[in-house]
Design a protein around this ligand. Structure first.
Ligand code: AMP
Length: 289
């Protein structure tokens, strides 16, 4: 149940026209306001709201976009059934302190004749890309457009989508985009399951099983930290997850935390990343090692 919005909280304006957005941003800039931005696909939960609150703490005005980006879904994926709840999302954003909700339409984002693709290498290679080849191209295109529309000073992304965070940090740096991209730790349920809009797809039984993914990542990390064999530990975790009802397991991989390449002697930090299906739901998670 949603908590009622306290009367002191003003509901943020919802804008759908680019000219109206630009006018608002120009006004804020003329007042010397620092603009923070949180891009989302809606169906907001406490993970998204933590990003909004962090953006709030670092800037004077916070814009949150809600756009279910067709470009980052393959034809067989869940674009049509992805949850959409604009009114509930706006109420939550009012409480979290957002100033404006940016709701571009698909026609505005991808008008007839749209013909541009961003090509990515480095952290965009492997992991998610092996299973969702279209994904980061779609993310990079929509995020670049959103950055050009909102022109934020900072943008806040979740470590929940760790590879996405690294991809966005890399292309904004490489293309000299004038903003800082900040990552925030994953917000979890009490049993460790990472909050996700897609958790709504899980049955009650699957929901009980889902937290095992995070538990197994911790078991692998402990083995690695104790000097044990990472590959053997990952294989054992996969067997336990499959026995618990997961499958297929797309990947569980230990990577350099910055480049996302396989660990090397130069790696300063490591990250363990995973994606696995539970019934019809694809779960992803990652932790620092
Ligand atoms: P999405 O709406 O799933 O595209 O996510 C929008 C932003 O929220 C992305 O930067 C995600 O990484 C972030 N996010 C999603 N789930 C969480 C979570 N559990 N904790 C922190 N950030 C999250």
């Amino acid at each position: 149940m949603l908590k009622p919005v306290p009367s002191s909280v003003t509901t943020p304006d919802r804008l759908r026209e680019l000219a109206a957005l630009r006018q608002r941003i120009t006004l804020w800039r003329s007042e010397g306001q620092r603009i923070g931005f949180v891009p989302t696909m809606g169906a907001l939960h406490a993970g998204h709201l933590a990003l909004v609150k962090h953006a709030r703490s670092l800037s004077d005005k916070v814009v949150v976009s809600i756009f279910v980006n067709p470009l980052q879904f393959a034809p067989h994926e869940d674009f049509d059934r992805y949850p959409r709840r604009e009114d509930a999302d706006s109420a939550l954003l009012a409480e979290a302190g957002a100033d404006l909700v940016w709701l571009p339409t698909s026609e505005l984002m991808y008008p007839k004749g749209f013909a541009t693709k961003i090509e990515l290498t480095g952290p965009a290679e492997g992991l998610e890309t092996d299973f969702r080849p279209q994904f980061f191209g779609g993310v990079a295109t929509v995020v670049t457009k959103l950055f050009n529309q909102v022109t934020p000073d900072i943008a806040v992304f979740g470590e929940k989508d760790y590879q996405q965070l690294k991809v966005v940090q890399t292309f904004t740096r490489d293309l000299d985009m004038p903003l800082e991209v900040i990552g925030l730790p994953t917000i979890r349920e009490s049993d460790g399951l990472a909050l996700s809009s897609r958790n709504a797809y899980l049955s009650a039984e699957e929901r009980d099983t889902a937290a095992k993914l995070h538990a197994e990542l911790h078991a692998i990390a402990e083995t690695v930290q104790a000097g044990g064999d990472a590959d053997a530990s990952i294989e054992r975790a996969k067997i336990r997850l499959e026995a618990a009802g997961f499958g297929p397991i797309d990947y569980i991989a230990l990577r350099d935390a910055d480049s996302l390449a396989p660990p090397s002697a130069d790696s300063r930090a490591l990250r363990l990343l995973a994606a696995a299906w539970l019934g019809k739901t694809r779960l992803i998670d990652n932790i620092a090692v």
